[in-house]
Design a protein around this ligand. Sequence first.
Ligand code: NAG
Length: 458
Amino acid sequence: MNGHGQARCLLTRAMSLRVSRICILLLIACLVSPARADELKLAIALFRHGARSPLHFLPDHMDTCKWSEGPRRRGQLTPLGQQQLYDVGLYYNALYVTEHELLSPKYNNSEILIRSSGTDRTVMSAYSVLTGLYPPGAGSDTLPDQVQPVPIRSNLGTPWIQEDDEDRLFHPEADCPVLEDMRTNAMHSKSWEAVEEQYYEFLQRIKKEAELEDYVGSTFHAADIGLLSDPLRCGITQGCGLPPVITQADFEVIMDIHRLKMHEKIGAGVSDQRTRMKGSPMINSWRDMVYSALTDEPTAKMVIYSGHDTTVETMLALLGLWGDDAAETDFGSHLELELWQDPTIVGVEEREQYYIKFRFNGDTMPITACGGVVCSLDDFDDIISSTTVGWGLCVVDPLIERHVGVAWLTFWKTLGLSFLATMILLAVCFIAGLRLAGGIVGHSHSIPSFEKNEAKNM
Ligand SMILES: *[C@@H]1O[C@H](CO)[C@@H](O)[C@H](O)[C@H]1NC(C)=O
């Protein structure tokens, strides 16, 4: 082969290489472009706070983390907990700032709204997430490292204000006496009695072996499992290990009792009035945000809720993602709703361009009510209407409450007015029927007695 031929050959090879590269690029563009066309309109995020100090401190001989010695108070976010939520914030930054460009890299108060339950650990968790979402450098020149302060709204219960102003979103029991009553009664249900019975021997053995008489009281009830499960779990999370008297197998049973208790408290999912009452304020708030995002003036592009295990688990339960055997959600678990628009769908109502996806701990979740991972707005409406109840169910007439009891009142309210009306109608018919029958019978007797009286009077 001469030099000229070689050059031609090289040229053809270079050209075919270029052609194949273009083909590959085109192919990638074809695969990617439909996804690119879809625009993220709104992200709603709800998470559980990160690792914290226990709500109950075990006696010294069981306290592997030596919580009681530290300067920490109960239920405080630990440095590990901060790290967990900071990581969630970095994830949001990668997803919602860099990848989908939902949020500007610099804080814009028209774009994001943050609500937190009123505990130190949830406010600090929100703060940790925001540090990841708007890292140093995202702020103005004013503060060191261009740190960006972001407002965190919280409604409630500051410890130094004694008013009962809990936030309905995170603690719906606080202003719903019916729900509070249901929660109390949950620990007196038949199903819970069975749990108490099943684990009675186990708990008494643990109490004795771990010398916990002073700590748990004379009888250790399954309902009080938090006294043990909570500090043990916090210790494990911090890497302090189990106290020597508690084996791994014991620990697993303890966590299983805790799981049963959480399910008893939250209810059995969407079919359960209790779950729906607990979740209604939150899911209604999500609905408002979604419908606001469809308008010309959306409330926000991202809404963050910083809550608790019960907040996250209730929402999972309403979406059909927290089955009976589901374990407690981990510290820092996070759930997102994403509202997407596909503007290439034309010739239909604009509403049909939108769809919703849910993510949990990084995975896109299939939703039974939507028949898959993609929920249309109609599916979403169905979820809302099948999971929400009116807050009127919470209103108890104090007089009725005293005489009927809250549980009964709820029962009647649940059955609904139509059923009551039918019952009243039936009762009226029945009484009318009786009176009619009684009238005929009474009539035949009344004449003789009248005659008798008449005769007497005569
Ligand atoms: C802030 O966000 C709003 C809503 O997306 C937008 O209209 C506005 O231009 C943004 N402001 C700045 C300074 O980027």
